[in-house]
Design a protein around this ligand. Structure first.
Ligand code: C2E
Ligand code: CA
Ligand code: CA
Ligand code: CA
Length: 278
């Protein structure tokens, strides 16, 4: 009730000021962290559900902050998106991931892909395809082993052919496209048939429900069947339990990712893992 009062207004101004100062501070320290390479990438394994073979890794950004401890992406990616810092940060992430992944396949004796998250602003950036092309060339990695993960909401602002054209330009480079967090936001099955998508990542909220109710499993099975018909591979995210693994394998889901198989790990651990398995 006091919101409109003098005191309320003053307090609001103070809070607003603090917020601006806080953002400016985080912005400056993020710039510094990017410049000084204090940001790092961890990698979470993706496995073939039938057999458990490791087929790839998803790069996940981390910021070991001097004062706030290890920051997970949810703490700074939205901010970097607000300030536009996501464009240079995203470029750094892509290059770092491709550089670190370049030796994986040789080490394991098998094709190992690397998946990189791409935010809406990077995707909207006109220079993005060039950034990808330059990185592929610089680190001499097989383009088909690079997966760019986009969410449906990143594609939403585009009308008609536009999203398909931009994706087509990326696909011409030989990389693969994954639709991330499928089923959360504004899913439209028409996206799947209209866009050149190679991989569908089923969000962990669906995986959490598959062993709780028959409907939960039926829903995921429906998605898997549609993807199959469209020749799109499926990765189920957030697999934490063996019965989830079994259920997903049972309905023919190709790949999975989750704490059951491995938590995100640093690049050295990836190297050891690949060296030890084979
Ligand atoms: P995402 O792309 O859906 O990534 C998967 C998230 O689920 C990761 O969280 C991962 O640690 C977590 N996860 C994996 N397995 C399990 C599991 O079994 N159970 C549960 N509960 N969680 C699991 P993280 O690393 O905190 O990343 C959060 C989000 O931040 C990512 O969601 C992605 O949207 C974004 N993000 C991460 N790295 C980057 C990046 O390099 N660039 C951009 N633009 N966004 C990124
Ligand atoms: Ca992702
Ligand atoms: Ca996801
Ligand atoms: Ca299948």
């Amino acid at each position: 009730a006091k919101r409109g009062g003098k005191h309320g207004w003053r307090q609001y101004e103070n809070e607003l000021h603090e917020e601006i100062v806080r953002r400016a501070a985080v912005r400056a320290s993020l710039d510094r962290a990017i410049a000084e390479h204090d940001i790092r990438l961890d990698y979470q394994p993706v496995v073939e559900l039938d057999g458990g073979r490791v087929v790839g890794f998803e790069a996940l950004v981390r910021w070991p902050h001097p004062e706030h401890g290890l920051l997970l992406p949810d703490r700074f990616i939205p901010l970097a998106e607000e300030t536009g810092q996501i464009v240079p940060l995203g470029r750094w992430i892509l290059r770092q991931a491709l550089q670190e992944a370049a030796g994986w396949s040789a080490r394991s004796g098998d094709d190992i892909w690397v998946a990189v998250n791409v935010s809406a602003q990077q995707f909207a950036d006109r220079g993005f395809a060039d950034v990808v092309a330059t990185a592929l060339h610089a680190f001499d990695i097989e383009p088909a082993l690079v997966v760019l993960e986009l969410t449906e909401s990143s594609l939403l602002p585009y009308e008609g052919d536009k999203a398909r054209k931009i994706l087509g330009g990326l696909k011409d480079l030989g990389v693969r496209i994954a639709l991330d967090d499928f089923g959360t936001g504004f899913s439209s099955l028409s996206h799947l048939s209209e866009l050149p998508v190679d991989i569908l990542k089923i969000d962990k909220s669906f995986v959490a429900r598959i062993t709780e109710s028959p409907d939960g499993l039926a829903l995921v099975e429906g998605i898997v069947r549609i993807a199959e018909a469209l020749r799109i591979s499926v990765v189920a995210e957030g697999i934490e339990a063996r019965d989830q693994w079994a259920a997903l394998k049972g309905i023919g889901c190709d790949f999975g990712q989750g704490f059951l198989f491995g938590r995100p790990m640093n690049a050295d651990s990836v190297h050891e893992l690949l060296g030890s398995v084979l």
